[in-house]
Design a protein around this ligand. Structure first.
Ligand code: AMP
Length: 143
């Protein structure tokens, strides 16, 4: 394959998301590709860093979802991305990224090499886990 048609940008909710998005936009413009933007919310209690914190509010899950939706809305506005190609999903980050890759015929996934996904540092970063079993090319933006 010598071109990319559909690029998926995976972002966490850190400032690095902007850096990853900017790099991906350069690629998308070069290849004239569609841009999809995804953020995955990990369910509270399912390998989530939040389960380690005592005294969590009962509505922790919905607080996290509000925060994620706000962040993604702002990113879409700031970079003038397609609202229809914004994906906020719930589940395991790797599984949801791969699911969206299949659903949208993604041929390039763009991730940062390091974000603020605290506990993942112990397990290897998201970028590393996406590389294992990826259905398409992966572009890692050095943070
Ligand atoms: P980390 O696993 O924290 O080292 O994050 C590395 C990169 O993985 C980030 O820059 C994002 O590209 C991606 N990433 C991390 N967390 C998420 C998430 N919840 N949803 C989508 N992509 C993510």
């Amino acid at each position: 394959m010598d071109t990319y048609n559909n690029i998926l940008i995976a972002v966490d909710l850190s400032e690095e998301a902007r850096m990853v998005t900017r790099k991906a936009l350069v690629l998308a413009s070069f290849y004239q590709a569609n841009i999809y933007l995804i953020h995955v919310i990990e369910p509270v209690g399912l390998n989530s860093p939040y389960e380690l914190s005592p005294g969590l509010p009962d509505n922790m899950q919905s607080l996290l979802e509000d925060r994620a939706n706000n962040f993604m809305d702002n990113l879409v506005k700031e970079f003038e991305l397609s609202e229809a190609r914004k994906i906020v999903s719930l589940g395991s980050i790797k599984q949801q990224i791969f699911q969206s890759t299949r659903d949208n015929n993604i041929d390039l996934i763009v991730v940062g090499t390091h974000g603020r996904h605290g506990i993942a540092i112990l397990l290897g970063s998201t970028a590393t886990s996406v590389l294992h079993g990826t259905p398409c090319d992966v572009y890692a933006v050095k943070i």
